[in-house]
Design a protein. Sequence first.
Length: 180
Amino acid sequence: MDTNEQMISWSTLEYDQWQLYVAKTEKGLCYVGSPGQSYGEFQAWIHKHFPKATLIESEGALQPYINELREYFGGTRQSFSLPVDIKGTPFQEEIWNALKQIPYGKTYTYSDIAELIQRPKAVRAVGSAIGANPVLIKVPCHRVIGKNGAITGYRGGTEMKQFLLQLECNKGQKGSQVHP
């Protein structure tokens, strides 16, 4: 957790039926919210993870991030270029880094991620760390599915996860293995 006083800029991204809260520190994107999330829930998350932060609404500060997310939703972007500023436990950060290795249009299972970090028995802990990912989409936790191919829990909701997997399946490389 960051104990230094800081400003966190935020705005909302509206896409189709979704409205997502998006926030950044001076170092990069620190949060992408879930559809249907209230401002109070967003504010509580920020204050839990950045206790001395002041939230400042600033569409301009978030515009580059929002543009990249819109391009992704529109199917014209497969990777993101702007920095993130996410903090978790060392284990969470290891998992989030592993998620970034999943190629666009592909899916991994929770077991695959546990194997990737060389802790094959840590499947449940992997699931918990994935669930704590603060930047949906940019750190692609939606690309993780159940061992049987099922769409499993997702902070953005299973409808959003299904949409993201289908988007990538339709735009991904030939032979991609997405199990929507």
